[in-house]
Design a protein around this ligand. Sequence first.
Ligand code: ZN
Ligand code: ZN
Length: 430
Amino acid sequence: MTTSTHAEALRAPTGTHDVMPGESERWIALLGVFASLVEKAGFGLIHTPLFEDVRLFRRGVGTETEVVGKEMYEFEDKGGRAMALRPEGTASVVRAVIQHHPTMPFKAWYATPTFRYERPQAGRYRQHHQVGVEVLGISDPDLDVEVLELAVDYLHALGLSGFTLRLNSLGDPACRPAYLDELQCYLTAHVGELCDEHAGKIDANPLRILDCKRETCRSVSAAAPSMADALCAECATHHDRVRAGLDAHGVAYLNDAALVRGLDYYTRTTFEITIPIEGSELTILGGGRYDGLVAALGGEDTPGIGFGSGIERVLLACDGQGAFAVAPSVPEVFIIDTTDGTIARDVVAKLRRAGIAADRGYGGRSMKSQMKSADRSGAKFALIVGSKEAAAGTITIRDLRGDGTQHEVDASTLVASLAALTTTPKDLHS
Ligand SMILES: [Zn+2]
Ligand SMILES: [Zn+2]
């Protein structure tokens, strides 16, 4: 029998990461920015389970897509049911709408982890996090403009610039099948020039070949028939109206006939926002219309549109641009009690109940050591209780940010004294 004195230290699974305090303040602020923007536009928060019946994603997202075909986290639960961790945000929202049939139009936003078993690299995680919106029940192209503007406004609100919005129309069941036939014919004629991965994929997923970044596929794609030329009158009118709205509102975009998204459910308006991060152009937001998805999942024929945006990548982009710096939260006051700690115990509770962010030192440590903790905490003021103050029923307030001014105040008027100090910072620091 072998014994070991130390258990093996466990680490977060490959491709995942911890968001620690110090970094998480930025996450809170980002969610605040997003929530405030979309709530003003009439979206309500939706929470759905992180795992669903695997068939939801197979039917909804498509088995030929990378995220479902190759990268989905699937598992059997203890009851023998085939489940999957959410690989993207839309399918669950649509499932919830079909299940609860809310009043239309239905507008919801989410913030959620999503799971993809892929090779970890910069800005790619096996568990990453997204914010997004979905609108169901409206086919009006002016809604597409609203959703696109929300996407752009969100990134601007974080202070990001230099990103590119690409826009395309993928047509609808009236015009896409004929286009796909035409595209398949063309690709079949050029099968010898395609990359190894795509030479066998012409029938399964011809649109994805247009998205291939390998030089061989790219030169074939360059001369491929374009969806833009194959749109039916209704799809062309829809797309023109979307473009006119963006033009009218000064939203810059590239109309890019080569843009396809990795999910099967998109129809008509499709878009993606990319930004240079650490030398490569990364997608930080993507979305589009999915007018056939609700019906495909067993609901009534209902149009839909939405987008999702990866939080980790957006924050990476912010880092690259020095944007969206968020100061860590710090206490207003730090209580140093060099007597038996009773006063610190009571004062910290009283201040927190009064809505003042307060922290304290513990364990009867020396004045010097507790003062170090107070400085490190970033607090504006140290509240000092020594034997002199304890005997007199007073507390000494020391300004830690300015010139170190001290006031000795009556303990019973502490909250009022602090309020006076924090509401007139100019007087204090002038
Ligand atoms: Zn290829
Ligand atoms: Zn069409």
